[in-house]
Design a protein around this ligand. Structure first.
Ligand SMILES: [Zn+2]
Length: 89
């Protein structure tokens, strides 16, 4: 078993040992955080940023955009001096 697997296993056991009330409270906290911050999270995600390839994308589609053919093609055709700005994820 790898270290990562051990850690996951440990976390699972740790979680399972907790009481049902604790689990319920945790999920309520998560829900509350999301509801309290929903507007802000969505606004942040909608913000447009310019990718290193020159395309304008919203923050939350950035991860998906980087995997697109359009992005890859644009990156290949970029002059070398601009390639320092490449965002690596
Ligand atoms: Zn791009």
């Amino acid at each position: 078993m790898s270290d990562t697997e051990k850690r996951i296993q440990y976390k699972k056991e740790w979680y399972n040992n907790k009481s049902d009330e604790w689990k319920l409270e945790l999920s309520n906290k998560k829900k509350k955080y999301y509801l309290d911050n929903r507007e802000r999270l969505h606004e942040n995600g909608k913000e447009k940023i310019t990718c290193a390839c020159g395309a304008e994308v919203s923050k939350w589609s950035m991860i998906r955009h980087i995997k697109t053919e359009k992005h890859k093609k644009n990156m290949i055709s970029l002059p070398n001096e601009n390639k320092d700005d490449i965002i690596l994820i």
